[in-house]
Design a protein around this ligand. Structure first.
Ligand SMILES: [Zn+2]
Length: 114
């Protein structure tokens, strides 16, 4: 399962950060996942609960921010948010846009301690 290995990664990164900060426990982890990252939020939440067992994140809440796909349209010379992440066309001029500005990210944005 793809999400489980991602969850293990999040837990190990967050645990290392907690150790570095001298924190024994983490109360919440904020992550950002793009619409193109291929990560399913519910599956990640489920996997996180498993991966966090027995770590400083055992009681941590996983807060997921899902970000949309943004492309750059050369025709409009503007960044556009795609309403449908499977259709790479500019929502304004309908030109094909392959220049992805964001939507692939998968990152930890913040950690909170009690
Ligand atoms: Zn356009």
């Amino acid at each position: 399962m793809h999400e489980l290995s991602i969850a293990h990664n999040i837990v190990s990164i967050a645990s290392a950060a907690a150790a570095e900060a001298g924190a024994e426990e983490i109360s919440s982890v904020h992550v950002r996942i793009g619409a193109l990252s291929g990560v399913v939020a519910d599956a990640l939440r489920f996997s996180f609960a498993i991966a966090a067992e027995g770590t400083p994140l055992a009681n941590a809440e996983l807060v997921i921010e899902e970000t949309p796909v943004v492309v750059f349209c050369a025709q409009c010379n503007e960044e556009m948010m795609l309403p449908n992440p499977r259709l790479f066309r500019c929502p304004r001029c309908n030109q094909p846009c392959g220049q992805i500005v964001s939507g692939r990210e998968l990152e930890i944005v913040a950690l909170e301690t009690p």
